[in-house]
Write a protein that binds this ligand. Structure first.
Ligand SMILES: NC(=O)c1ccc[n+]([C@@H]2O[C@H](COP(=O)([O-])OP(=O)(O)OC[C@H]3O[C@@H](n4cnc5c(N)ncnc54)[C@H](OP(=O)(O)O)[C@@H]3O)[C@@H](O)[C@H]2O)c1
Length: 288
């Protein structure tokens, strides 16, 4: 374990201090996949309010868009000039058609540079703080990722990227990546009601690698889970707050990035930082 253990802060890649409760930008263009686009001004308000509430870790991707509403454009427009302490993480890897965010496969190694450059342009940056190689479909990747990760490692050596991450992976992929270049963060599907990835978390804790769970609020609607509902009731908190506080308590490497296009949900989610769960709550949450 090479990082802080019991504060609400984390140092990404050993040199970028961030708060562990951050923000995911995927829901800025549309709150639901296939749903209507969000209101542009409200999405900008969400971003600015997030920054005002102290969020300094935002997770995005060039493939987070709906029509002409792009998460990266919203971030640039809403937050530039960026605060000195803002860390923007992005992802490359999924292949898609220009007008459709739905992935149609995976990029070849030779296609990754252009996607990194696209993120640099859209975000208005000279260097990206954290770039995840996102692999696989709904399930984690099955095949090796070394060729693609090595491309990102070269872009890091060139100075286009500060830190590297891997997303939607198995332990063998993390080990493969770590043999090529330092890994600052893992981003996998995980929520506190069905914790898996125990071995991955152990490695992340041992190696000082951040773990940013995606779909931390269930991804497709809040889970209706008796344990979570009972804990929320005991604390006078909301289900979303319990899910997020539970994640942050589960491991010191957890970097929560709940996504929302709603200012009210943002305020609610940020309230999780002040929710202190008891040992009993945590034991209940850990029960399978
Ligand atoms: N690496 C990957 O493959 C991958 C995949 C998916 C996501 N991600 C990243 O992970 C982040 C988090 O995942 P996510 O945004 O998909 O899922 P999530 O945070 O689990 O849930 C977001 C959904 O919950 C709703 N929501 C948010 N706060 C709520 C609240 N307090 N009460 C009720 N509903 C609430 C949102 O709608 P409203 O807008 O109405 O609040 C949205 O529909 C994303 O934003 C993205 O940055 C990465």
């Amino acid at each position: 374990m090479t990082n802080e253990t019991n504060s609400s802060d984390w140092t990404l890649g050993g040199d970028l201090p961030i708060k562990r409760l951050g923000f995911g930008a995927m829901r800025l263009p549309a709150s639901r996949r296939g749903g209507p686009p969000n209101d542009r001004d409200i999405s900008l308000e969400v971003l600015r309010r997030a920054a005002g509430l102290g969020v300094n870790h935002i997770d995005t991707a060039a493939f987070y868009f709906h029509g002409d509403l792009h998460a990266n454009d919203l971030i640039r427009e809403g937050l530039k000039p960026y605060a000195d302490d803002l860390v923007i993480a992005t992802k490359v890897g999924p292949k898609r058609r220009p007008e459709d965010p739905m992935p149609i496969g995976e990029m070849e190694p030779g296609e990754l540079r252009a996607e990194v450059e696209r993120n640099l342009t859209e975000l208005g940056l000279d260097r990206l703080d954290l770039v995840y190689l996102r692999v696989g479909g709904m399930e984690p990747a099955q095949e090796p990722i070394g060729d693609r990760f090595a491309v990102l490692a070269r872009l890091r050596d060139e100075g286009l990227i500060r830190h590297l991450g891997v997303s939607n992976i198995k332990v063998e992929h993390l080990k493969e990546a770590m043999d090529i270049a330092p890994v600052a963060a893992v981003q996998n599907w995980f929520d506190i009601t069905k914790p898996q990835d125990a071995e991955m978390l152990e490695i992340c804790e041992r190696e000082g690698i951040g773990y940013a769970p995606y779909f931390p609020l269930g991804g497709f609607g809040l889970p209706d889970d008796e344990r979570v509902n009972a804990i929320a009731e005991r604390h006078g908190a909301t289900v979303a707050q319990v899910l997020l506080a539970g994640l942050l308590e589960l491991s010191p490497v957890m970097l929560a990035i709940p996504g929302t296009g709603s200012p009210a949900h943002l305020e609610e989610n940020m309230g999780a930082a002040g929710l202190r769960l008891t040992e009993r709550d945590l034991a209940e949450l850990r029960q399978r």
